[in-house]
Design a protein around this ligand. Sequence first.
Ligand SMILES: NC(=O)c1ccc[n+]([C@@H]2O[C@H](COP(=O)([O-])OP(=O)(O)OC[C@H]3O[C@@H](n4cnc5c(N)ncnc54)[C@H](O)[C@@H]3O)[C@@H](O)[C@H]2O)c1
Length: 286
Amino acid sequence: MAEIQEIGVIGAGQMGRGIAQVAAQVGIDVRLLDVDEATAENGVEQIAKSLSRLVQKEKLTADERAAILKRIRPSGDYGSLASAGLVVEAATEKIDIKTKIFRMADEAIADGAILATNTSSISITKLAAVSSRPERVVGMHFMNPVPVMKLVELIRALQTDDATYEATRALAVRMGKTVITSKDRPGFIVNRMLIPFLNEACFALQEGIGSPEDIDEGAKLGLNHPLGPLALADLIGLDTCLFIAEVLHSELGEDKYRPAPILRNHVAAGWLGRKTGRGFYDYGAK
Ligand SMILES: NC(=O)c1ccc[n+]([C@@H]2O[C@H](COP(=O)([O-])OP(=O)(O)OC[C@H]3O[C@@H](n4cnc5c(N)ncnc54)[C@H](O)[C@@H]3O)[C@@H](O)[C@H]2O)c1
């Protein structure tokens, strides 16, 4: 497969923006889509701010920032994906949303193009089955924040062919990432370990075992984690954590994966973490 020159990213939230930024930083052209053009444009504005911070820290020149931004074009139209060699879906972690996006992208993209998903937990095999190109579907799971975190977890659907896997691996490496490969199981490798840990911290909070600060300090100083589990859940987004926990619970079918009620309540209240200004901690109004 020829080297990928242009990608599409569907979903201009925190992950989609990060993927778009890092791809553009290594010289790849990016089409960034969301529910409409205005939302995609807002995503590009957020990337512009993130790049400005890198200029302030002298990690990037103003000219480099301008060149990177020029490579990222916002859009609300699937037709704009026609020249992409790979399209990665990074929308909300809901199977009905991802299925709909997969069907639309499958119709819009070139015959040989790869359809990837950044899902944290949903079966890649199921998503591949709704497309007309199941052998060219793959899981490409970036970590948050994408510009900082070194890992990409690649997941082969049952149907994924070797050429798709290799081309996606080469793209991840070109984006400066280290790749691990997981079988297609709920939560793959990283979230199979992480989400039960975060969920257990929610139960500890709910039972009043410790304050949020005590729980997080326990993980930081006692386990040498850079961030405590409640602060990390706020960074990921409590809605995303709950969706992943629900997939683990329903697909693996064991009580130990049941989401903590306190997590459900925070999501019901719209306290989704950093992205809404409030989660287990208060980040000031958004
Ligand atoms: N947050 C994390 O730490 C993290 C890490 C790895 C992977 N992921 C995965 O990445 C994906 C996105 O997560 P996020 O944290 O960026 O969420 P987010 O809430 O920040 O962004 C989701 C984006 O998807 C868009 N969207 C919703 N429906 C859409 C549709 N039909 N078409 C196009 N766009 C649509 C929303 O408008 C929003 O911009 C999820 O699958 C999540 O599981 C998240």
